[in-house]
Design a protein around this ligand. Structure first.
Ligand SMILES: CC(C)=CC(=O)SCCNC(=O)CCNC(=O)[C@H](O)C(C)(C)COP(=O)(O)OP(=O)(O)OC[C@H]1O[C@@H](n2cnc3c(N)ncnc32)[C@H](O)[C@@H]1OP(=O)(O)O
Length: 256
């Protein structure tokens, strides 16, 4: 597929997807979501890729859903088309996905970042759910994921006032895993992604699935799920390789 609104690169075992509609601060229209989903499908199918990075530009990760495209939508159209459902493709990605966020991550942009497995933020990053200022509310998981990440009080304040959170506040609140100088963001994300991509592929994917399960089940069920998946890892050659490498004082070479 030829892409017009995203740039796609591979760096060794890492797939990099860059949102690229600079004239609209990466506002998320149908085309950009369709292309993002196609790139995710391609990286998932590529056995050479072990980790994916989603990033934007220096000014904007994404300034939200495309307001100019949305402004004339009607209720029957949004319902019948199940508007936004296709965005969830990102959250169903089985390989690990890192969001590398610089500049604005607003509305659907913040929601897209939260669908990734963790967020590395540039010191320029600004997160917000300003939909209320447009007469709507978040529709791509903002009220749910933001609340789980930063707690009810902060999520409620952000969704009800549209206030932006800077990178330092986002780190304190647990929305992002780390803040990085803007100039180093993508290089650092590539380094982190390369570390993940060198791990056992099935173990990384099962670890992702297990951490995500904690958001969807009770503690007892989550612990049971984790233990069963953990047991299954002893069927993997990578478990033998990882533990032998430790005992033999060498670097493991995981085959996946
Ligand atoms: C997922 C769901 C269901 C909902 C949503 O996501 S709703 C959208 C939520 N996001 C927003 O409300 C943010 C809207 N944008 C802004 O508030 C500002 O653009 C800004 C604060 C991010 C940046 O302001 P700045 O003054 O630096 O830049 P602008 O001149 O305002 O923007 C440049 C250029 O980009 C267009 N733009 C920006 N955001 C969007 C958007 N979400 N949809 C469509 N277009 C957007 C903006 O109109 C301008 O283009 P023009 O010069 O051609 O008007």
């Amino acid at each position: 597929m030829a892409y017009e609104t995203i740039l796609v690169e591979t760096h060794g075992k890492v797939g990099l997807i860059r949102l690229n509609r600079p004239q609209a601060l990466n506002a998320l229209n149908r085309q950009i979501i369709t292309e993002l989903n196609a790139a995710l499908d391609a990286f998932e199918a590529d056995t050479g890729i072990g980790c994916i990075i989603l990033t934007g530009s220096e000014k904007a990760f994404a300034a939200g859903a495309d307001i100019k495209e949305m402004q004339d939508f009607t209720y029957p159209q949004t319902y019948l088309d199940d508007f936004i459902a296709s965005w969830e493709r990102l959250s169903r990605t089985r390989k690990p996905v890192i969001a590398a966020v610089a500049g604005f991550a607003l509305g659907g942009g913040c929601e897209l970042a939260m669908m990734c497995d963790f967020i590395l933020a540039a010191d320029t990053a600004k997160f917000g759910q300003p939909e209320i200022k447009l007469g709507v509310m978040p529709g791509a998981g903002g009220t749910q994921r933001l609340t789980r990440f930063v707690g009810k009080s902060k999520a409620m304040e952000m969704c009800l006032t549209g206030r932006f959170m800077d990178a330092a506040e986002a780190e304190r609140a647990g929305l992002v895993s780390r803040v990085i100088p803007a100039a180093d963001l993508v290089d650092e994300a590539l380094k982190v992604a390369a570390v993940i991509a060198d791990m056992s592929r099935p173990v990384a994917m099962m670890t992702k699935e297990s951490v995500n399960r904690s958001y969807e089940t009770t503690l007892t069920e989550g612990i049971r799920f984790e233990r069963r998946v953990f047991h299954s890892m002893f069927a993997l050659a990578d478990q033998k390789e990882g533990m032998s490498a430790f005992v033999e004082k060498r670097k493991p070479n995981f085959g996946g």
